[in-house]
Design a protein around this ligand. Structure first.
Ligand code: MRU
Length: 335
């Protein structure tokens, strides 16, 4: 089963992005006509989710090459700076640069961007099968943030496993955390789950430990923005707390991410750059103050889950159980 959501669409002379900031109440599209437009859309969360960011950036380079081939390097630089944690962004830009070096033509770049887009969907379908195979019949799972069709080239990573398990009839219940402060769980994951009639309920991020203490949950299933060489995994803020709670309650913890999410140049999680966004994302909600004027706030938007808390990393190349440095290198064929 693949999802019909099309968050990123190439439209010949521009990129059409579904504006994820206004979902689920409004389906608004944004037209990007330059790499700078795409970089702004990535920074401002119009398009988000590690694989989707990489795909959008690849099309951003096509726009630069169409407009002015001499602007390629500047476009690459502005896209690279749009968000720091998702390594899929750098991965996609490097892959596009190899294509550009071999043949500096917009049409060749477009073909490469389309391939990145299509391969992501194929990888997600494969990970869906592999991840679903780890779940018991009648599985009850919890997920965090949005890792579905909106965050990827289609189907999703963690949500792709959930979709595949549902299609196989082995999923009884999904719990989705709301995911403060951008509410990717409440707005986006809930929207995707409802569209497909997958049995699901929303809960506050802070309610996950309570839920695990009261109900049998089989797996926590999350995506990743960057996986270090030892398996430490950066993902949406709150993932680490979910993993700690899962360990406390005997809930298995699964990370689902394509091979483009691994960064073997990062030896461990501490080396992963963590994006900090404006304090206003916490002190305000949709422009309305929710904290006293002048209150300071810290807003790291990702955290790192240590490999020792992860039961399985599912990537399109296979499953790494109890991740170690050696197992990561072996599965990626980079010993
Ligand atoms: O800030 P976001 O919404 O881009 O964060 C998204 C996540 O943390 C996802 O879990 C991750 O990118 C994997 S998406 C398949």
């Amino acid at each position: 089963m693949t999802s019909i959501v099309r968050p990123i669409e190439w439209a010949g002379d521009h990129l059409r992005l579904l504006d994820q900031r206004v979902l689920p109440h409004e389906e608004r599209y944004l037209q990007c006509r330059s790499a700078e437009d795409v970089a702004r859309a990535i920074h401002d969360m119009v398009v988000r989710g590690a694989p989707a960011i990489g795909i959008a950036a690849a099309y951003g380079l096509v726009l630069a090459a169409q407009r002015d081939p001499a602007s390629y390097d500047a476009a690459d630089a502005v896209l690279a700076q749009s968000r720091p944690t998702a390594i899929n962004l750098r991965w996609a830009l490097e892959r596009m640069r190899r294509g550009w070096k071999a043949r500096p033509e917009a049409a060749t770049l477009l073909a490469e961007a389309r391939r990145i887009h299509e391969e992501d969907l194929a990888q997600n379908l494969r990970m869906g099968e592999l991840g679903a195979a780890l779940l018991p019949a009648g599985a009850r799972v919890i997920t965090h943030c949005n890792t579905g069709a909106l965050a990827t080239g289609g189907h999703g990573t963690a949500l792709g496993v959930i979709r595949s398990a549902y299609a196989q009839g082995k999923l009884a219940q999904v719990y989705a955390t709301e995911t403060r402060p951008w509410l990717q769980g409440a707005r986006l994951t809930a929207w995707e789950l409802k569209q497909e009639g997958i049995p699901s309920a929303l809960l506050a991020d802070g309610a996950a430990a309570y839920l695990m203490s009261r109900e049998k949950i089989d797996w926590a299933i999350v995506g990743a923005d960057r996986i270090a060489a030892n398996g430490d995994t950066a993902n949406k803020i709150g993932t680490y707390s979910l993993a700690v709670s899962a360990a406390r309650h005997g809930v298995k913890f699964m990370v689902v991410a394509p091979s483009g999410t691994f960064d073997l140049d990062c030896p461990e999680g501490k080396a992963i750059p963590i994006e900090e966004r404006s304090a206003r994302e916490l002190t305000e909600f949709r422009g309305q103050a929710v904290a006293p004027a002048g209150m300071s706030a810290i807003n790291p938007v990702f955290d790192v889950t240590p490999a020792e808390l992860i039961a399985a990393i599912v990537c399109e190349k296979g499953v790494i159980e109890r991740p170690t440095r050696r197992a990561v290198a072996t599965i990626l064929n980079r010993p």
